[in-house]
Design a protein around this ligand. Structure first.
Ligand SMILES: Nc1ncnc2c1ncn2[C@@H]1O[C@H](COP(=O)(O)OP(=O)(O)OP(=O)(O)O)[C@@H](O)[C@H]1O
Length: 254
């Protein structure tokens, strides 16, 4: 049994279908990345998985006693409100200081407990959100564009931390990212979404799939080459013309 399974899920807002017949599963310990252009329904899919959006069709099933940890795209905190990291992490029902310290350590920011939320850098803030998701000891972490606003080294460091968390805790990860080239070394599987599942497979398979290339162009292929350069010294760069993608969320039919 997978930790979570999504069966033929469709989502409509008013008369507008944003996701059509999406099926996927996440198994214990694996890192699955969802990529897709703006407006392709990635956040809606994650929100349906955590139960915040009701699907118009299909269903999400969760293994018995599976705990989810959700890291949102962003969270606004009133900058004039004095609040320490420890206080933030203890909300809403109180968490033991030892559990807060352990989560901050796992998130790679062991010394931030006394820091003020309003003074954190973007990268520190994301790690505090990660710590918050880790407090409940989830079997699966769901991350929605968790590195938005971070520079590339900051994003890479964040994803490395996710990989470390996975190794240390064994938790699975389902994450959304625009930065396939940054996350790919850590991803077991990639699902390319554009209102429906366009293609899926290992990062290399997806990055070379015509559907993916039609959506993302050759820029990411260049990044893929960079990744390969680091790891197996394959210097082949593929600059084939892009195919046309006839799919869009608004064309999705239930
Ligand atoms: N609550 C809502 N009510 C109506 N329309 C919505 C709602 N939430 C999202 N949408 C629309 O659904 C479509 C998909 O949005 P969603 O946020 O799921 O896409 P996304 O792939 O996460 O986009 P991005 O990469 O820009 O964050 C968009 O056209 C968006 O405007």
């Amino acid at each position: 049994m997978s930790l979570i399974e999504v069966h033929n899920l469709s989502i409509r807002y008013g008369g507008h279908t944003v996701l059509s017949n999406v099926s996927l599963h996440v198994d214990a310990g694996e890192i699955v990345t969802i990529v897709g252009p703006n407006g392709s329904g990635k956040t809606s899919l994650l929100r349906a998985i955590i139960g915040a959006v009701k699907p118009s069709k299909g269903r999400v099933t969760q293994g018995a006693d599976v705990k989810l940890g959700y890291v949102p795209q962003k969270l606004h905190i009133d900058p004039t409100l004095p609040m320490s990291v420890a206080r933030f992490l203890a909300l809403p029902n109180g968490v033991a200081p030892a559990a807060i310290d352990a989560a901050l350590k796992q998130a790679g920011v062991p010394d931030l407990a006394k820091a003020q939320m309003a003074r954190l850098s973007g990268g520190q803030f994301q790690r505090v959100l990660l710590a918050r998701a880790l407090i409940g000891k989830p079997q699966i972490l769901l991350l929605d564009e968790a590195t938005q606003g971070l520079d590339q080294p900051g994003s890479a460091a964040f994803y490395q931390q996710i990989d470390t968390v996975r190794r240390q805790t064994g938790c699975a990860v389902l994450m959304i990212s625009h930065e396939l080239h940054v996350v790919m070394s850590a991803s077991d599987r990639v699902i390319c979404l554009n209102g429906h599942v366009c293609c899926e497979g290992t990062p290399e398979v997806v990055a070379s799939a015509p559907e993916y290339r039609a959506l993302f162009g050759s820029g990411t292929l260049g990044a893929l080459a960079l990744y390969r350069h680091d790891h197996d010294h394959d210097h082949d760069h593929n600059h084939d013309a892009l195919g046309a993608c006839s799919h869009s969320p608004t064309e999705a039919v239930e």
